[in-house]
Write a protein that binds this ligand. Structure first.
Ligand SMILES: *Cc1c(COP(=O)(O)O)cnc(C)c1O
Length: 227
């Protein structure tokens, strides 16, 4: 596993440098859904510190088992409003806020524990009916509504493009998300923190970095195929 992680770090670095970006601006989120705590500990020993989980129940049990303050947990899966209370307790960044209803639930639960919850707005940039995420046309309004919620802080956008076996085909979707992020940032008040672009997975993270990704979510390339 150590070799795979080193390889990914090196790819991230090379890709960033080759398109004139500071490699420090690209963070690796190791996706650990279905990965048992023993393997996550090995990944921590290899130097990983940020992990992404998709299922609330599975994640909270694993986070309790690992119980390490030096690790940052991100939630990247579809989140139901009735799980907001658990989500704000366990996660430093929630990538998948896609409705006003969910944002309001997170804001309420974050307030109850005196936390400012960092979030990303998930955008369904391809418009596929099977994908979660807010429609691109509605993303601006959602960010504007969230701006008034005192216990949420919007840090940027996230997307999952359609699956292609040629990563180059995902490029237009990454470009579109980056364009939308810039548009939202430019019409937001000065001093806003809308800087993050969560995009790119095992098969296409290099293209995503070329288009501006700041958070790449990588599972299979580190932990192997999921069962
Ligand atoms: C599972 C998952 C990933 C990781 O995908 P890999 O192809 O295994 O790298 C990234 N993002 C989300 C939202 C996921 O659910």
């Amino acid at each position: 596993m150590k070799n795979k992680i080193t390889h990914i770090w090196e790819k991230i670095r090379q890709t960033a440098v080759s398109c004139g970006r500071d490699p420090e601006t690209v963070k690796l989120v190791a996706v650990t859904k279905t990965v048992p705590p023993e393997l996550i500990r090995q990944a921590m020993d290899a130097g990983l510190r940020v992990f992404g989980e998709s299922y609330i129940q599975e994640a909270s049990a694993k986070i309790d088992a690992i119980a390490d303050k030096n690790v940052s947990w991100h939630f990247i899966g579809h989140l139901q409003s009735n799980k907001a209370k658990i989500a704000v307790r366990y996660f430093d960044l929630i990538h998948s806020v896609d409705s006003l209803n969910l944002a309001e639930a997170l804001n309420r639960q974050a307030e109850a524990i005196h936390k400012i919850q960092n979030i990303l707005v998930q955008v369904n940039i391809s418009g596929e009916s099977t994908k979660s995420g807010t429609a691109a046309e509605e993303a601006i309004a959602l960010v504007n509504a969230i701006r008034w919620m005192e216990n949420l802080s919007v840090k940027g956008l996230m997307t999952i493009p359609p699956f292609f076996d040629q990563p180059e085909k995902a490029r237009p979707y990454f470009k579109a998300l980056a364009g939308l992020k810039n548009q939202i940032k430019n019409q937001s008040p000065p001093g806003n923190q809308i800087n993050e672009l969560s995009m790119g997975m095992s098969g296409d993270f290099e293209v995503a970095i070329e288009e501006g990704a700041t958070l790449v979510r990588i599972g299979t390339a580190i932990f192997g195929e999921r069962a």
